[in-house]
Every structure is written in C-alpha cells, then in structure tokens.
Design a protein around this ligand. Structure first.
Ligand SMILES: [Zn+2]
Length: 345
C-alpha cells in the first residue's frame, strides 16, 4: 500500500510531495494514522539538518508533534490497542537505561535520535513508531489543539515543575513569549502561581500574552526593558530564555534577583555568554538547562489541557498543500504560538 506525503531528500532542501510505500510495523512498533502534526521552529531546525544531517537518513518524513490513532500493532507491542488515541514522544529513547527506568526519559543514555529526524514523522498521513514513543491522549481534545501538548506544553511543564520549580511569589520573565513554547510557558508559569512578564519583539502577539495571564513587554532592544513597569521590582526571580542569543542571555543573567534562576532552552551553536563565578556566588544565582520533558509530563500536560487549565494556542491549522504558509510565518516571526498540519482538512 502506498501513501502520499512530504519527504526530504536533502537536509536543508525543499520538501517533496510524493507517493511512497507505507511501512509495516515491526515488533514493538505501531502504525499510526496521523490526525494532525504540529508545525514549529524545531521542525524547521530538523529540516535544515541542525539536529542531524547524515545523508544515510534520507529520504525522511519530518514532523514530531504527532497526534493520531493506532491503526496496526506490531508483535510484542501489547500495551497498545487498535483505535487508541496517542501522541508521539519526540526522543527515540531506549526504555531500559537508568534514566528511562527512573522516569527521566529525556536524559536517556542511549538516545537513538528524534522522531522526524531518525524516524519518519507526521508530515505523512501514516507513521510507524516504536510503541514506547506513543503516549495515551484523551479523545476529548481536538487533534490540531492536541499537537501542542507533546512539546509546546510539556516543555513548559518540565521547566516550571521540574527544573525552575516555579511557585507563588516568583516573578518570571519569559524571553520569546509569543512563540509556540513561549506562549504556553506564560500560562504554565501563571498556573504555578508566578507573576509573568512576556518579552516579545512582535507587538502583534501582545494580546495573546495578556490572555494567557502575562504582561507583555516589548523586547526589540534589551537595554530599554524596565521590569518595574510589570511588578514592584527591577528584577526577575526566574528568567526563561527561548531566544538564545548572547544579548538575551546577558540581559537575563543581569536581570535576576538575588537567588534567581536562569533557564536555557535553546541549542544554537556558537553562542557564549560571559559568566562570573564571583557574581554567581554573591547573588547566589542558579543556571539551568532544560531538556524537553518526560513521558509522565506529556500525560500530565494532556490532563491540564483536558481540564481547561492550559489552553493550546495553535493559530494556523492548514491542509497538507498549505504547510509552506506556516513555515513562512515561522521564519518571519509572525506565527502566534504553534501551527498544525491537519490530515482531515
Ligand atoms: Zn534510555
């Protein structure tokens, strides 16, 4: 049987809309009928070859934020049932190392890569994935909205709950607050009890930041930011940097209160930030990296959405032939929150 979807034949090249063979699920795998696949900057990074660019991995179907139903189950994948609603876990983890067995999945010691980079993803109507990469998802959440859960919402949950431990009384500054992870970070930090400043270079995203419970702050120039306009202090107790430039990180460290925590989430190469041990000690700062989320955090994220506590912002939902429009909006910085490819449109 054949299917038609998007494949990449060259890292950094153009996606090709083409017909190709639908694979059979092998032992411990399952075939998923994709309902929708999220479109965010990480997908563009994957397509560019930023995560891996081995030509032996081509052709490749990109897209990791997959929501769908189990269509067929391979031998040994008994934990899954045909027709079950699932979302994909981004990292191809081993399932048996100490990190995997202790629930710290994203720190897997035998990481085999990423969905959409080392395995075919959701830019095609079907995908075969390891059963351990499929996480249950409630039926009640519409597909396009649900694509925000496995990365754009689970990542903020990991930051707020596990890494920065945001709590009432915190003053959280989110740099890049209008993007897919950023906009949900604003609402998540509010849910954890913090006041939130949403730094964003595009004024068109201010209204959404406000709706999510944050105070928008224009961040075209970091020198001009005055946090006293947001709360009764010139500093933040937590800075979450989704922009990942030397300027953003430098501003973030400078703007921390005594005892503050800085959280890095970007993986751009060749970005270095001066850091003084004396400064770390005298201000008792904490510098944190945050790496994706655990499978348990994906489940908890879906529960938060189902309960109406976190609201997915998926502002552009398109049929397959229009994904280029969403890619353009992402590149131009005009996409609010996430986009999604909906296979039922
Ligand atoms: Zn592992």
């Amino acid at each position: 049987m054949k299917m038609t979807g998007y494949r990449l034949h060259l890292w950094g090249g153009e996606l090709q809309w083409e017909s190709f063979e639908l694979p059979d699920p092998q032992p411990d795998e399952a075939l998923i009928r994709v309902e929708a696949c999220g479109i965010g900057l990480t997908v563009l990074n994957c397509i560019r070859g930023d995560l891996a660019n081995d030509a032996a991995r081509l052709p490749r179907v990109p897209g990791h934020e997959i929501v769908g139903r189990v269509e067929r189950v391979g031998a040994g994948a008994q934990a899954l049932t045909v027709g079950q609603r699932v979302m994909a876990y981004f990292y191809l983890v081993c399932g048996h190392c100490p990190a995997c067995r202790s629930g710290n999945d994203s720190l897997c010691e035998n990481l085999a890569g990423w969905v959409g980079v080392h395995r075919d993803g959701g830019y095609a109507p079907f995908a075969v994935l390891p059963a351990r990469n499929l996480v249950p998802l409630p039926d009640s959440i519409p597909a396009a909205q649900a694509t925000a859960i496995p990365d754009a919402i689970a990542t903020p949950l990991h930051v707020c709950k596990t890494r920065a431990r945001v709590q009432a009384g915190d003053r959280v500054a989110v740099i890049g607050a209008g993007g897919g992870v950023g906009i949900h970070m604003v609402e998540m930090a509010r849910l954890f009890g913090a006041q939130v400043a949403g730094l964003e270079a595009s004024g068109s995203k201010f209204q959404a930041i406000t709706v999510m419970g944050g105070t928008p702050v224009l961040s075209r120039s970091f020198d001009e930011i005055d946090l006293r306009k947001v709360w009764d202090a010139p500093t933040a107790t937590v800075v979450i940097d989704l922009l990942g430039t030397r300027e953003s990180a430098t501003w973030g460290l400078k703007s921390l209160a005594l005892g503050g925590r800085f959280v890095a989430l970007t993986t751009f190469r060749d970005v270095d930030v001066p850091m003084s041990p004396r400064d770390l000690v005298l201000r008792e700062l904490t510098m944190l990296g945050s790496r994706y989320a655990s499978k348990a955090e994906l489940v908890e994220s879906a529960d938060l959405v189902a309960a109406g506590k976190i609201h997915p912002i998926v502002s552009q939902v398109v049929p397959p032939e229009k994904i280029g429009e969403v890619h353009d909006a992402l590149r131009n910085g005009t996409l609010l929150g996430r986009g999604a490819l909906d296979w039922n449109l």
